[in-house]
Write a protein that binds this ligand. Sequence first.
Ligand SMILES: C[S@@+](CC[C@H](N)C(=O)[O-])C[C@H]1O[C@@H](n2cnc3c(N)ncnc32)[C@H](O)[C@@H]1O
Length: 748
Amino acid sequence: MLSFIQQRLGKTPTQAQTKMTRQESIESAFSRVAARNDSKDPSTTPSLTTATSLTDTSSELTDGSAKADDYKRSSARSRASIGSYNENVLSAKQSRSARKQGAHGGKCTISGQTLVDGDEITSRERLLQQSVQALDEDWKIGAMPGDNLRLSTSNEDGAKRRRSMRLDILDRASSMIEKTTTVLGKRGRETVEAGMGTIQASKSDNKTPSLRPREPETPCFEGPSRKRARFLEVEISNKQSAEPGEGGYEVTKKPTKPWVAQGLYVGQHRSDDARLTETKNKEKKTSNNQPEAGERAIMPMPMWLGDKIIETGRDFKLPFNLFSPLPPGQPKPDEWKKTQKNVFIGDAANVWKKAKDLEHSTCICTAEAGCDDHCFNRFMLYECDDSNCKVGAEHCTNRSFAALKQRCKVGGKYNIGVEVMKTADRGYGIRANRTFEPNQIIVEYTGEIITQSECDERMNKRYKDAECYYLMDFDQSMILDATRGSIARFVNHSCAPNCRMIKWTVAGKPRMALFAGDNGIMTGEELTYDYNFNPYSVKNVQECRCGAEGCRRVLGPKPKEIREALKPITTGRKRKIQQVVEDAVETVTKRRKIAVPSSVKSAFAAAKVQTSRRLSQAGVLGSSATQNRQLVKKVSQRSLRGLEQETTTERLGDGKKRQRTTITYSRRRSSVGTLTDTKGEDKIRRGSSAKVAEEDKGEKPFSRGDSVKVKVASMKEGVVRTVRRSSRGTPAGKTIRIIGDDEYKGWR
Ligand SMILES: C[S@@+](CC[C@H](N)C(=O)[O-])C[C@H]1O[C@@H](n2cnc3c(N)ncnc32)[C@H](O)[C@@H]1O
């Protein structure tokens, strides 16, 4: 550049100065244009026409041979740039543009003021400098285009070079990208940063020394824009757990999808037992000192899947949030009125007896044992609480009802654990929404506690036309009517049930609940228990549709009992209903009197031995033999629930003493017989003995002479009243089918 100026000013250039760089050739081109514009005398000024080709120098220079030497020294490329770049930037067209008015009132181009009216040399120099500066646009990525236009007098190496058109495009691209970053999220920013890296690389690849080497720039975000602010808010919360990454940015980890890696076995280690809870599985692992089994990293390919399942398949449980048990549009039971607590109705509250003293005795378990199977309270089906357990809620495992209460309080499908569903052929039923451990409490059977007379009244009036009864023998000769009750009323019968309905005493009050059986419950399983009830007439015998292997095919008691009970009914051909009922009652009554005592003694004796052993193991028995005997007796009675033993000592006339032990089987309200053991002499007393025993208990027995109504009423009390009533065809929507005598014969 200097050589050119010196040349133009008449100074002789040195050898080094004549060696022109590409940058200088650009500058020379500018000066030539300037010279053309400045020239007042066209004859002395080389005429410049637009180049028609890259090598077309003749069209550029038509005059001035001395100057032509200089031009010849310019590279072809610089000459080309004259035609392509200078034509656009510095053409007369642009200089004529009146878009901007200079400070001196002269016309301005993008390079600055025109030379019209200006001092020739000063203007030329200024134009030259400004032109060069325009070309050597600074590469500050963070700046908007044009912001960084500044007067650059020299480069680091002092050389000025032509700027490639490609760089302009890159410039524009980078500025656009930068603008975009203000509205992009983190991911966008990362992309932009990567893009900017590429741009930088392209720039350095371009090998244009006029571009000063730059420090790698950290993108700077000067104050978030409004849109950016919104992103920030979201990110702040996400970044709580994020780790700081390079460049001060926090790197939020991409969420992983465990399903992809582990499939249906997600969260369940290979050694897990699907029937156990996570905690139990962990405990099991710790106790067995099992090493953690490796998880399957990927799902097997489809063609290996079958093979894999056969070889290594295991039970798994679906997480609850993936399990949608009921199909949409499932009909809901409409007539059901809910109550989650037992409610006394009418006289029931007055009749209800207070709990006995024994029920408040305290267990002697240790915290380590945690009221396990040896707990005295558990043994007697008493729930532990602060009044009868020393272990405390933290360690005690005998607080099922309290746990259930807590679960239901939390709420939600999983915690409640059950829901109503429609079965194919048994009306409504209940299914599990989750897994249950063996013997875990599932749901409480609640309803209205009514007296026997209230029950009769309801049967005759309110439930006269009912299709289904929800009455269950409860306690102290009361009935639990779940017509208004808990969801447990919908639990169906099965001959191979997976649950049990058990009566516990909680804080001195009896409560019924459904407990998981010994195998536990899997999610989605229908819950069932054995009704084991006696039909009080043949018309109430219902076909069982539980589908279990070894199904009894009727909803009723165990096979031997029902055979005994219904024997005479099969003998007659056509009888009146009244006669059928009478026969049934008579037969059942008779059967009870005969059948029960035969096994009572041995059952009671076995229970006593077992009870005594367990109590002594548990360390419950004290030094007093009488007290121990009484305790064993009470506990065995409870365990057999219905067996009662009374031992009296009689003084005989000859001064001898005789011990009389009376065992009463009163599982149902009506006593079914007594066994009197007098000095080794076993005697089965029927009728009168039963009567005496019942009278002793203050309960009203029935006898052969009683009316059918009395007998039926008496029988009715003894069963779980889940019988359908209709004998006049199948009620709409229900699946009842009355079994005839002939068909019944075939079942036996
Ligand atoms: C307490 S309810 C159970 C809920 C009843 N499924 C409902 O829809 O309300 C008892 C009645 O359900 C029917 N049931 C229950 N278990 C059954 C079984 N295994 N086979 C046939 N019917 C059954 C009988 O009609 C029975 O009288």
